[in-house]
Design a binder for this molecule. Structure first.
Ligand code: FE2
Length: 423
């Protein structure tokens, strides 16, 4: 009997990138590294888990969330109109009461909710429009506190606009000096179009100066004249920031006329801009001023993906002034994208799964450390599913979460008993 040579051995795994008929494999883990992947490994391990043919996937990536506002829905009041702008007003009231403890407790509770459902990489925006930068400080401390089980990126986000108040621009830069991983903007909420354009240029300048990632809340309106994405494209083409640039939401892209959209798409193809759609929230937030037909308010996910651009999906909000629902489940976001973006072909459904895993990893610039491959860090999840389609269709339970070589979470799927035949 060979001695125990691995810390964890997962037996009979179905790898996500192999056809259903492929032979099941064992995955060996030691010292936070995937050491071997092969059928019927002869070695033993301290902990052996029989996966029984279930799906093994790289962890989910939440590429767009706001941990600083999470779990505040109804505080101090409910968003009755359901609009982005009422949400911003409510958050402006709520953030007067922020304390470090409040921010950290809600952020960690949300991160645990995410990790419990297989999310091990998170990009969170944090509002840096409040003078004390309490939310920023809270999330920077949380980033450190959770680093042994969760990778958290913190993006400085000027919720009230870089030029919306005199101190906002300096606060944004201070956030980068304090260690935010990236810089954002909200050009469609600046007071004028000119200031919106200026804000995008400022974001690119700051990213270059501090060597940080960019993630701009861009054109999150139904206004077909909101055209700051073209400014981002121009800045991306002229900069060397490459895949470090992300445009979030871009919902106005869904309202542009096709003549403009086709021209813009060709410009975008000259960039490496990542796109993030948040279909759960934007299907509720947008189209509020429409009667009928009522727009879907989601960017052109299928077309961006079809043109070879990197698209990922996020939840954006979990129980906050903009979206009172939310479970942090990435399969919910993927399933909503399948519906709202009409991505019902099998390759399209598979793509929606990839948008909450490998495409999200690309958005976060994680490529080298992400994936179920020998030599990579031992982060993976086991789903009660046979393939990506099955996982999305049934919102499959994540049975096991292995984070940095350790079993972090284990969940039993719901079990139904049929009593009808006994009657
Ligand atoms: Fe957002």
């Amino acid at each position: 009997m060979p001695s125990s040579s691995f810390s964890i051995l997962l037996r009979r795994c179905r790898l996500i990138n192999q056809p259903g008929s492929a032979e099941l494999v064992d995955i060996a883990i030691q010292d936070n590294q995937i050491r071997a992947i092969a059928p019927q490994l002869r070695q033993t391990a301290d902990q052996e888990i029989d996966v029984d043919g279930q799906l093994v996937s790289p962890p989910f990536v939440e590429s767009h969330i706001h941990l600083d506002s999470a779990l505040t829905a109804g505080q101090p009041r409910w968003n009755q109109s359901g609009t982005l702008f009422e949400g911003i007003e409510i958050w402006r009231e709520r953030k007067q009461d922020l304390t470090l403890e409040d921010v950290k407790a809600r952020a960690i509770a949300t991160l645990k909710l995410q990790a419990s459902q297989g999310v091990l990489f998170v990009r969170s925006h944090v509002d840096v429009s409040e003078p004390g930068l309490t939310a920023l400080q809270g999330l920077l401390e949380v980033r450190q506190a959770v680093k042994d089980w969760m990778t958290l990126q913190v993006m400085a986000f000027p919720q009230d606009g870089i030029y919306g108040a005199p101190k906002n621009e300096a606060l944004l830069e201070e956030a980068l000096e304090r260690g935010a991983d990236g810089v954002g903007g909200i050009p469609h909420y600046e007071l004028t179009r000119e200031e919106g354009v200026r804000s995008v240029h400022r974001v690119f300048e700051l990213a270059a100066k501090y060597n940080r990632l960019i993630d701009v809340h861009c054109d999150e309106v139904d206004d077909d004249q909101s055209r700051f994405l073209e400014v981002m494209a121009a800045c991306a083409i002229r900069s060397d920031l490459g895949s470090g640039v992300t445009a979030s939401h871009t919902t106005a892209f869904g309202s542009y006329d096709n003549a403009y959209a086709f021209k813009l798409m060709a410009f975008l193809e000259r960039t490496q801009i990542n796109f993030i759609a948040n279909p759960l929230i934007n299907i509720t937030l947008q189209g509020r001023t429409d009667t009928y037909p009522k727009r879907r308010g989601v960017t052109r996910v299928k077309e961006l993906w079809g043109h070879g651009l990197n698209v990922s999906l996020g939840n954006d909000c979990i129980q906050d002034p903009w979206y009172s629902l939310g479970t942090a489940n990435m399969l919910e976001a993927a399933a909503m994208a399948v519906h709202v973006c009409q991505m019902t072909g099998m390759d399209e459904i598979n793509a929606c799964y990839d948008m909450v895993t490998i495409h999200g990893a690309k958005t976060l610039n994680l490529q080298d450390d992400y994936g179920v491959e020998v030599g990579k860090p031992a982060n993976l999840i086991v789903l009660d599913a046979s393939d990506r389609y099955d996982a999305i269709r049934r919102r499959a339970t994540v049975r096991y979460v292995i984070s940095q070589g350790q079993l972090l979470v284990q969940t039993e799927p719901p079990k139904t008993q049929w009593h009808g035949d006994e009657r």
